[in-house]
Design a protein around this ligand. Sequence first.
Ligand code: FAD
Length: 434
Amino acid sequence: MEKIDHYRSCLWGNLPNPDKEVKILGGGISGLLLAWHLRKAGYKVVLHEKASHAGGLIHTHHGTFGTFESAANGIIWSAEMEALCNSLSLTPIKSLPQSRKRYVWIQGKWKQVPGSFILPILSRLPFILKSYPHAQWNSIAEMGNEILGTRLLKQVLSPALYGIYAAEAEVLSFEAVFPGIATEMKEGKSLFQSILHQRKNQKPSPRKGLHSFEKGIQTLTDALTKDLGDSIRLSSTPEFSPDEQWINCLPAHQIASWTNDSFLKEQLTQLTYLPLVSFTIFLDKKQLSQLPPGFGVLIPGENNLPILGILFNHQIFPFRTWDESLISLTIIAGGPRSGPWNQPSPNPAEMEHMLLKALKRILPFDGNPLEQNLFLYTQALPLYGLNYPMIKNKIRAYLSKEVPNLSLFGNYTGEISIRGLCKASAWIAQEGRA
Ligand SMILES: Cc1cc2nc3c(=O)[nH]c(=O)nc-3n(C[C@H](O)[C@H](O)[C@H](O)COP(=O)(O)OP(=O)(O)OC[C@H]3O[C@@H](n4cnc5c(N)ncnc54)[C@H](O)[C@@H]3O)c2cc1C
């Protein structure tokens, strides 16, 4: 079985008491998943959402040329996602076989991952198989440099990380991003053994890999909302009362403004949030004849381009364009790279112009996109930075002792992805009843 310690630690504060009603604040995917799992485990739950529609960042749009997402594009599957979708009678769709090919773009050359890096990987095997029980790695870069070497770190690991965490290996905490691997390596396992062990310990699922739904990710948030029924209060922002049992599922930077607790405010303010741009364009296939088959391409920082990566949407999932003659691309930018998103009032038109110009260097296409939609989040994702483990420990200890009726849960409390949030909420609900 998987180690529960990490998933339990994703709820900062006390586990809810099943004999008392749980008030959940925030109906993004974090709040919806936690409310759903708690209710399934027999808790009485009321979820309060400020907006008139739950789902938070997640929103699927149906444009003139196809379907596109405002935030999450896919969910890496797990036993917990399978159980959830079975209960909700949802049918996930698997990513298309051609999307297994992934690329890194290095100074004009398309390199397939891991195929193009087999020799460098083989040359690092002695380090990958070695045990480092006394290593004191703070950042992923420190671990990566020692085990994988600079080339694999800069050209493969770091770009893959900003594809998920929107940050480079230098600023990401090894312990926060890979808690399971970091613990096992401290116990004396090699990197290879730890990864293998983590994979083996996953609950088995009949489906694996990246999934979505025919009508996009919003299918999930809509189904959760419907199933929660009158346990959800929309357009509702109740005041905190310490006599009731609360779980706050807002992003950390919003909790810092919401709370009157000066210690909590001070600690949460130290968690950095990174800006992110998700820019989807539609093209006619005639405009771009040389798109390689695959999932997409990561753009390492050494290229000095503002783009972090490009998703080839129409090659990842079916039903992403209204017909076969179209191409759908999502350009992800922001994160650690400087650009208009770092300015106080960024200009969307300027950003679109800049991103299209950079895109043409990687994928030269004729003319202008048929349709383009830009989503800018000035505080998109929490940074699992070097100060993260210390802040997490401080807030957890403080809440358990000083504010026992308030707990926090969200994409900054230990798991950033929908898959991770689903696993953590399933474990928390199960553990609270144990
Ligand atoms: C561009 C982008 C791409 C991504 N891609 C992926 C991906 O492919 N796969 C993946 O797994 N993850 C992905 N993610 C991550 C994932 O989408 C987020 O982690 C997740 O959606 C965050 O959900 P949340 O519920 O924590 O926060 P939010 O979605 O921000 O929800 C917070 C909710 O709280 C509500 N609220 C605010 N204030 C109050 C109040 N006072 N009272 C009540 N309610 C309030 C808000 O209205 C909102 O509904 C991506 C994220 C981004 C930005």
